[in-house]
Write a protein that binds this ligand. Structure first.
Ligand code: RB5
Length: 149
């Protein structure tokens, strides 16, 4: 799987950790930055990861800021992106099964590395169930396409 990852300074350490748990044989990881703990603006990195996923340059995205909130707001502005802010394993699985989330958002100041690792593994390995959930996602897609906001 091609995975684009990104963070701001508050998510930098967790983003680096996550890269280490994505085996090169299984995943192709593209890191859009940031590349140091120096203060930066989260939209610069969240939007770039979202753009890559929406453009098909990556299959999935993983982004990290302090709370995950800013990154979620930014990524969900990009057409075709379903970014899920996840802090627990149940939501990690459900965001795939029911929402077909294509971007995972984590709060680097909210959860620890152990939980983040389990969330990432669960999120990457859980399939979308389709069926009635597909119809619901299509309603969001139609809104995106047909609403001039
Ligand atoms: C940075 O201080 C912090 O605001 C950012 O990482 C994020 O939590 C925003 O939502």
């Amino acid at each position: 799987m091609k995975i684009a990852v990104g963070s701001d300074h508050a998510g930098f350490e967790l983003k680096e950790y996550i890269k280490g748990i994505l085996p090169p044989g299984e995943h192709e990881v593209a890191d859009v930055g940031t590349h140091s703990p120096e203060s930066v603006d989260y939209p610069d990195f969240g939007l770039e990861v979202a753009r890559r996923v929406a453009a098909g340059e990556a299959d999935r995205g993983i982004i990290v800021c302090g709370t995950g909130i800013g990154m979620s707001i930014a990524a969900n502005k990009v057409r075709g992106i379903r970014a899920a802010l996840v802090n627990d394993l149940y939501t990690a699985a459900q965001s795939r099964r029911h929402n077909d989330a294509n971007v995972l958002v984590l709060g680097g100041r909210v959860i620890g590395k152990g939980l983040a690792e389990e969330i990432v593994k669960t999120w990457l390995s859980t399939e979308f169930e389709g069926g009635r959930h597909l119809g619901r996602i299509r309603k969001i897609d139609d809104f995106e396409k047909n609403t001039d906001r």
